[in-house]
Design a protein around this ligand. Structure first.
Ligand code: SF4
Length: 493
């Protein structure tokens, strides 16, 4: 007789939702943002604050959104596919009662875009209700999941978050804080976690602080967010960044600052500064727009070229382009315009439609670039296909020369920490020399920012001697153990 293991009950909630269905983004050769989390403790309008907070974090995920609140005795929640403004309306928000809430916007890799994975995930386990929202990726989640399945656990989603919920449910500790602590030390990866019960809100940041996570105050209430721009949206005051390995607990007795591990080494994702985060956010006390401007200035020092105008690929490269223009004295011009109203369309990923997708999103301004030698600043090159199209847009609009300057080093290695990146085989930075890339994107010249230039532009976070950043996608120096690329799947959970 096989030994029978008695399992604690863990059950995914059902619940109402609408707006189901997968919408497709216009395909664009850019890295995909991960997810965003927002939390409130002690505010009577918690669900409305979450709505505005999520709205400010929409750039971090556009596939689904969700809010879960508690009135102290039961949960109220709503999740849906689509943008925050499509998922929620006044009636939905009014039905989310209570002064404690956690909320989430999600981006997922293709094929995983389904409502079951939308967050917050809400569970019933032996100690009551539990809601979980996270931004990041648990590198060892597949192993933990297999282990749990061998022991009898049944999973209802493909989300790493459910793995963590099972770890909590199986903990020998009844206390949620101790159970969360026990689960967190088993994880390897990048995460900003929010856990909620009917009386507690718990926040945890991974031991490397890979994903950003901040604490704020709004009157007597506490708020949490992936980025500080969400605090500005709700009028909250930034208090501080949550430290790597830190565990913050809020309940009726106030805020308790604790840690789940002392083994920490700061390695904040450099791509948050280069591309992902909003320019008005501060990450680990460094403003994103200012860091990008310094990247542009440094790029100009490292790779000056005589030209008539500097232009940035909107939106994420505009700050670096301003920096490049300031440093060189070459005027900054709006040579490229982004069409903000393309919306979300159902298109097939054929080559022809990809081309059209870029034209729908970006236009070159003929009156600005015609007959000019143009320096085009972009934040990164992934496969090279988008860069080629943008260079060609500028040429078609009459640019005499197009000099491409990239405000980050060549992107050579995949990310395992919640950023959806193609495999090394598809990364042009891993496959070609800089001269080969220049030819492939049809540029007159091409330069990338050096890694030293990048680190100095961001600055040494909290005085860390080695900078305190993760730069693995440029230098292959991963801050944690990573799996074999061929078997790994990484998207934001
Ligand atoms: S590998 Fe790159 S994208 Fe991933 S966390 Fe590190 S710096 Fe960020």
């Amino acid at each position: 007789m096989p030994h029978e293991v008695k399992l604690p009950a863990v059950k995914l909630w059902g619940g109402d939702f609408y707006n189901e269905g997968v919408t497709g983004e216009i395909l664009f050769d850019k890295l995909k943002e991960e997810c965003g989390v927002f939390g409130v403790f002690g505010h009577p309008e918690a669900s409305h604050l979450c709505y505005y907070g999520l709205h400010a974090l929409q750039h971090r995920g556009q596939e689904s959104g969700g809010i879960c609140t508690t009135d102290g005795s039961q949960f109220h929640y709503h999740r849906g596919m689509g943008l925050v403004k499509e998922v929620f309306d006044n009636d939905k928000l009014a039905s989310l009662k209570g002064s404690i809430a956690i909320a989430h916007v999600r981006y997922s890799t293709a094929g995983e875009s389904k409502l079951a994975n939308a967050q917050p995930l809400v569970f019933k386990y032996r100690e009551g209700d539990l809601a979980v929202a996270t931004n990041g990726n648990i590198v060892n989640a597949p192993e933990i999941r297999k282990d749990l399945e061998r022991q009898g656990s049944i999973f209802q989603t493909s989300s790493d978050t459910e793995v963590v919920a099972h770890l909590i449910a199986r903990s020998k500790h009844d206390d949620i804080v101790e159970a969360a602590r026990e689960a967190l030390v088993k994880l390897n990866g990048a995460y900003a976690f929010l856990f909620m019960t009917n009386g507690k809100l718990i926040a945890a940041r991974d031991p490397h602080g890979l994903r950003p996570f901040v604490l704020g105050k709004l009157g007597d209430a506490y708020v949490f967010a992936s980025e500080t721009c969400a605090f500005d949206a709700v009028g909250a005051e930034y208090v501080r960044d949550i430290e790597p390995g830190e565990l913050l607990i809020l309940d009726g007795s106030g805020l308790k600052e604790d840690r789940f591990t002392e083994k920490t080494k700061r390695a904040v994702c450099a791509m948050e500064y280069i591309y992902f985060s909003r320019p008005d956010s501060d990450i680990d006390a460094v403003n994103v727009h200012s860091a990008r401007k310094r990247m542009g200035r440094r790029l100009a020092i490292e790779s000056f070229v005589d030209a008539d105008i500097v232009t940035g690929v909107p939106d994420s490269s505009i700050s670096a382009a301003i920096g490049y223009a300031e440093q060189t004295g070459i005027p900054y011009e709006l040579g490229l315009i982004k069409n903000r109203y393309t919306g979300r369309t159902f298109i097939q990923p054929s080559q022809e439609l990809r081309e059209q997708g870029v034209k729908m999103k970006l236009s070159a301004v003929r009156g600005v670039v015609e007959g000019k030698r143009v320096v085009m600043i972009d934040d990164s090159i992934v496969r090279g296909t988008t860069s080629l199209r943008i260079v060609n847009l500028l040429r078609e609009a009459g640019a005499k020369e197009v000099h491409v300057r990239i405000s980050s080093p060549p992107f050579k290695n995949p990310c395992f920490y919640g950023i959806d990146t193609p495999s090394r085989k598809e990364l042009i930075g891993a496959q070609k020399t800089i001269e080969e890339i220049r030819k492939a994107i049809n540029a007159d010249s091409l330069h990338f920012l050096s890694k030293e230039g990048l680190v100095e532009s961001i600055g040494h976070l909290h005085g860390e001697t080695q900078g305190g950043h993760c730069t693995a996608c440029f230098d292959n120096m991963y801050p944690t153990q990573v799996p074999d690329e061929e078997t790994a799947a990484c998207g934001c959970d």
